[in-house]
Ligand binder design. Structure first.
Ligand SMILES: [Zn+2]
Length: 281
């Protein structure tokens, strides 16, 4: 089915006119176009008359409004709760984040590094994940203005410290293994990109040397170890191929033992925010 026309509407946002050869009358359904107002799909027979459709919308406006309201409520209910409170918990391969009832009126960050060992191939194995506890006053009011934003900032800063301690040595370890020289490596709070690699030329007296900088999003630490490896090796492959050409993928896939496609597919289940990782008890 193809959308024939999109009309603006004062209440519904958009009316999507859909022509269906078998339709004999107009049917109205909520549309989900991702805008705050859900919008309405109007299915019409071929050779319809736009003015007549608009007249039908006008006649049925009250019923259509209540239909949309029901649909919007159902959509809101489906949204996961993004609240930080005593039940907030992130538990991943490398890190456990939780809120703890402290004493007094102060907020404190409590961090313990991960216990890491090496397997026969020299890959990191997590013996014990790192710990990040946010100690809050026992009577902490999670509804208070600004409290959610404050706690999210505290958690993100705590994760950043752990990410620096774990991801940077891991990245440098792979770089060393593959003989890659890096200039600057940093952990940022990028939402939307797990990592990035940039190149610049450094002029020395003798020659122009190529230098590579890698930035990793702190949220990378929350991924399973195999996906962290995908991100780290992806960025390191960019020091050889700056594009995403077939040669780039062939190289990366070889480093990943032929698993690049499967890992990329798995990575699509995650995004760069703390919330996909939250477990509610
Ligand atoms: Zn890339």
């Amino acid at each position: 089915m193809l959308c024939d026309k999109i009309l603006e509407d004062r209440d519904f946002g958009h009316l999507y006119i859909i022509v269906n050869r078998r339709a004999v009358r107009y049917t109205f359904r909520p549309a989900n176009d991702g805008t705050p107002t859900v919008g309405i799909r109007v299915t019409v027979p071929p050779h319809y008359d736009v003015k007549d459709v608009l007249r039908a919308v006008e006649t049925n406006r009250p019923q259509l409004l209540s239909m949309l309201q029901v649909s919007q409520t159902a959509k809101d209910k489906k949204k996961p709760s993004l609240r930080i409170d005593w039940d907030f918990r992130i538990e991943t391969d490398c890190l456990i984040v939780s809120l703890v009832k402290g004493v007094g009126t102060k907020f404190m960050l409590h961090r313990l590094p991960a216990q890491i060992a090496k397997d026969a191939q020299g890959e990191d194995i997590i013996v014990k994940p790192a710990v990040l506890e946010i100690h809050c006053p026992p009577d902490c009011d999670f509804e208070k203005d600004g409290m959610q934003a404050f706690l999210e900032r505290a958690i993100v800063e705590g994760i950043r410290n752990h990410a620096k301690a774990q991801l940077l040595p891991r990245l440098l370890g792979y770089a060393k293994r593959y003989g890659i020289q890096l200039n600057v490596v940093k952990v940022n709070s990028s939402k939307g990109r797990w990592g990035s690699c940039s190149q610049h030329k450094q002029r020395t007296l003798l020659n122009n040397k190529k230098c590579f900088n890698i930035n990793l999003s702190l949220f990378t630490l929350l991924l399973p170890m195999r996906l962290q490896k995908l991100i780290l090796l992806h960025e390191l492959t960019h020091t050889i191929y700056m594009d995403h050409s077939p040669a780039f993928h062939a190289h990366l896939n070889a480093w990943l033992g032929g698993k690049e496609a499967a890992l990329e597919k798995e990575l699509k289940n995650y995004n760069t925010s703390i919330f996909p990782f939250v477990k509610k008890e």
